[in-house]
Design a protein around this ligand. Sequence first.
Ligand code: BGC
Length: 917
Amino acid sequence: MKRLLIIAILFLCTSFKEEPVPGIVNPRCEMLVNPLGIDAVFPRLSWEIVSAQRNVEQTAYQVIVSSSPEKLEAGKGDLWNSGKVTSDQSVHVNYAGVSLKSRMSCFWKVKTWTNHGESAWSEPAKWTMGLINYVDWKGRWIGLDKLAQQDRGTQFSRLSARYLRKEFNAAKAINKATIYIIGLGLYELYINGSRVGDQVLAPGPTDYNKGVKYNTFDVTDLLKQGKNAIGTILGNGRYFAMRQDYKPYKIKTFGYPKMLMNLDIEYADGSKETISTDDTWRLNVNGPIRANNEYDGEEYDATKEFAGWAAAGFNDALWPKATFVQEPGGTYEAQMNSNMKVMETIKPVSVKRLKSNTYILDMGQNMAGWLRLRATGKRGDKITLRFAETLQPDGGLYVRNLRDALVTDIYTMKGTVKESWEPSFVYHGFRYAEITGYPGTPTVNDFDGRVVYDDMITAGDFTTSNATINHVYKNAYWGIRSNYKGMPVDCPQRNERQPWLGDRTTGAYGESFIFDNGRLYAKWLDDIRQSQKEDGSIPDVAPSFWRYYGDNVTWPGTYIAVADMLYTQYGDETAVAEHYPYMKKWMDYMAEKYSANGIITKDKYGDWCVPPESKELIHARDPARITDGELIATATYIRWLSVMERFAKLLDKTSDAKSFAFLSDNMKAAFNRKFYNTSNAQYSNNTVTANLLPLMFGIVPAGSEDKVLKNIGDKILIGNNGHISTGVIGTQWLMRGLSSHGRADIAYKIASNTDYPSWGYMAENGATTIWELWNGNTADPEMNSQNHVMLLGDLVVWYYENLAGIKTSAEAPGFKKIIMKPEMADGLNSAKAMYRSMYGIIKSSWRKSEGQFSWDITVPPNTKALIYIPAGINAQVTESGKPAATAQGVRFVENIPGRQVFEAGSGNYSFTSPLTH
Ligand code: BGC
């Protein structure tokens, strides 16, 4: 089943005629970042040039878009023929053809001219337009807007899944069939008994009153002439959130599950028909899914299965009719980010008996998803699975840190041989599961761990000669994938799982090196925008399932940071242009409401989760560890002013740019007056965070940077014995801050520590993800998740940019120009990374051995890299054995202290230089 691309951003590979074919990647067609939104009908096109030759640069391109494959083949661009356009642009090229209408299929190809000649046409690719206007939707919302007899609507609510079905007759041969579905909160879709798509927990979560996402599928192959059946199962997701109704003032619920669906059929004779949701559908609440919710688990009674319910010919005479229900309100939006999927299936490492009929299963890895089980037993046997991240000393599950989430799945057997089951509408964050009621003795072969997160490619790979760093990287990888759930959430296990903005301010940026997360974060920006209040206020959680409009600078400001990330990492200007007015509105709102004499007076979270003075505490109470909230708020606001100034310049808003700069200068002066002690170059109470933020945000009075840096170094090396002392805020700048100011040695020390507090300490103490707290093995369970990514700060950015040396230039974002400048820290002998940019794969692999520094680099076509070789002015630098300056594709640029700088175009290079020490 192929999911259709709606208003897609397309990605093709072109190859060169003169090049031997083996290196050519198959043409691909995928959405890379969020497009212009539902009202915009202009896709953006991207392609990737593949060539093993050096210094390949695009000089021109031609795009043809046609309304049929035949026309495309014949070169007839009836929708758009760009002609030969002189340009080096190969990503985010705006479609500029005829205006596109709902449901259109667009077939396209591209060719390029480069300094190495003209390419062949790419393989054809395709995108399909969605339903652009509200009136394109036929049918009405259907569901059952009340509890069924067995349901309960209060805390720990129980709601059975709703099964809906309809049969219809397709009178003629079918040419094409497309289904559009909005199934809330979550849906599973079947046609003629077959599951449609491999998505799970779909669609993407939104603030459903403001906008809902629809998914589109080409179902031509599943339908047939004659009798057909459509079946849908609806689960709660975040739509029916009554399980948390003890806090109605804080936790939003939207209503009972419901759906709207259109199935558009085009017959071979050219006639058309739409099957849509209406009162001929049947709805049954007495199916096998007896209860489901994200936090408490799913109960499935296989004795209640309706055999064949989703196929034609099933007798549904006793099924009540579905009723018309109120629509959710808000817009219908094509979902441009991928749905979640089972991305990996892993085996448990052990299943051990704890007592009588209770077993403990160990996945060997903290993960988010669920267990699939297999069992043979009697009809009515109940297998219960409960989940946890850690164990108690007696070997039983430790669930206190899950708060009131019941995390229990129950499967009732129907009594056949080797039944297999996995849930539909829950996920759990767990390493361990407790199994009770299993008929016989469970073994590892009876269970699979199903790892569930948003369908996106792993874009990066990173390894070094340091085992602790490698271990922490692996933990970060698992932590990040655990917490992508159609939105970035804080944690996957306890009764929270909320999209907290502050956890991702820099996190989103680091994550983008590991995962192709552009579309997810573009969707999240839309969530944030939708959550903005009329007055400009932005919440700390968006979509605002938890209503936290507390107004602070650090958490809501993530809106700006994520737009900056999309622009920097993916070259996505649209993210900036689309959201600029709303970001500016928030900036103005915060300044008007909370600034006095150049200081932002409102803060909420401080430097959240610094290592506390005692191992049981969640938050430090010792004033020496706590950074002043006004300092954090004002410095951060100054940082946002500089990002907004960059955005304003990008969008040619000159007077805005000037105002941001003017305000920034005034606030910097006020900041220094209030917090800076000129006699000892210390800010406020001299915490690392208090000194680091002004250093990184250009606030420190010119000429005093070294003194402030020294205070930071002393605090870490002497005050904290070489250890981290920052929380969520300071850690976002720490590693890059130290490295970029010449103290890579301290950053490396912090990264390789294995004692408390450090990322290595977590790993040494059994973490397989990243903890919420530095003291996650000893702190109060009330707030102590074992799978939170916020304490990563800028660590992953530092791994890729500073250790491996893969960084985009700010002037030519999206890796059009690559800065390759690894920091040499004593003790680190090698680093190797790969990153799949929009232009293609970038590689950097360096090692020190026998007095020599060797560095293998891959630069993708149509980009340039600035390569900073560690070498003194007179040192002999070679490339593939020749003096580097004379190597093909390489140009000497300049000498700077300790480095010879070269520029290289695309290709593979092997540099060497003598080691100085
Ligand atoms: C969440 C965090 C969040 C914080 C802010 C915690 O409960 O898990 O990730 O950022 O609250 O208050």
